[in-house]
Ligand binder design. Structure first.
Ligand code: V0V
Ligand code: CO
Length: 152
C-alpha cells in the first residue's frame, strides 16, 4: 500500500459549484440589487467579446479547495449573442450553472463519453482567465451547464 493520498470527489472531476449565471439587461442595476438585497460584492468585472457578454462575479462564499462560489451577472454586448437570444426568449433569469474542476479538458472528455454534447472542442477563455467548456442544455435536462477551471 502506498502512502499517496487517495483522490477524492466524483469520477467527473467536478468538485464544487463555481457559479450560477444570471442573464440581465442592465448589469449595473443587477449588481446594485445583489449588493442592496444580500450584501454580495463584485470581486471581478470584465467584457468577454468572444462570448458577447459584459459580466460581473459576485462572491458568495469561499471553499476549502481554495476556490469560491459566485453569482455571475451577464449583460449581452451584441444582439446575436447567446445571452441576448436567451433574454429575448425568456426574459431575465437563470441562464446556466457552472461546476468547478481542476482539469476542465479531462472533465469534458469524461462527460462527453457519457453521451452529453460538449459544445467546445477546446476550452475557451472565461472570466478572470479561467478555462471554460459548455455542455448542451438539451442533454442536461434543460440546463445549460459550464465546466470551469480557475486560473490559480
Ligand atoms: C438555449 N437553450 C437553452 C439555453 N439557451 N436552454 C436552457 N438554458 C439556456 N441558457 C435552448 C433553447 O431554448 C432552444 O430550445 C435550444 O436550446 C436551442 O437554442 P438556440 O438559442 O435557438 O440555439 P443555439 O444552438 O444557437 O444556442 C444554444 C446554445 C448556445 C446553448 C448552443 O447558447 C451556446 O453555445 N451557449 C454557450 C455559450 C454561452 O452561453 N455564453 C454566455 C455565457 P428549443 O426551442 O429548441 O426547445 S459566458 C460565461 O458564462 C463566461 C464567460 C464565464 O463563465 O466565464
Ligand atoms: Co459562466
Amino acid at each position: 500500500m502506498s502512502d499517496a493520498p487517495v483522490p477524492t470527489g466524483p469520477f467527473s472531476g467536478l468538485t464544487r459549484l463555481d457559479h450560477v449565471g444570471i442573464a440581465c439587461r442592465d448589469l449595473d442595476a443587477s449588481i446594485e440589487f445583489y449588493r442592496r438585497t444580500y450584501g454580495f460584492e463584485v470581486e471581478h468585472q470584465e467584457v468577454n467579446e468572444e462570448q458577447g457578454v459584459r459580466e460581473a462575479m459576485l462572491l458568495v462564499n469561499g471553499t476549502d479547495d481554495g476556490g469560491a462560489t459566485y453569482i455571475q451577472l451577464l449583460e449581452p454586448t451584441r444582439d446575436d449573442s447567446p445571452v441576448a437570444k436567451f433574454l429575448e426568449r425568456n426574459g431575465e433569469g437563470v441562464h446556466h450553472l457552472a461546476f468547478g474542476t481542476a482539469d476542465v479538458a479531462a472533465s469534458a472528455e469524461g462527460i462527453g463519453e457519457r453521451g452529453v454534447r460538449v459544445l467546445d472542442a477546446e476550452p475557451r477563455v472565461g472570466t478572470a482567465d479561467s478555462r471554460i467548456v459548455f455542455l448542451h442544455p438539451k442533454d442536461c435536462g434543460g440546463v445549460l451547464t459550464e465546466l470551469v477551471q480557475s486560473s490559480q
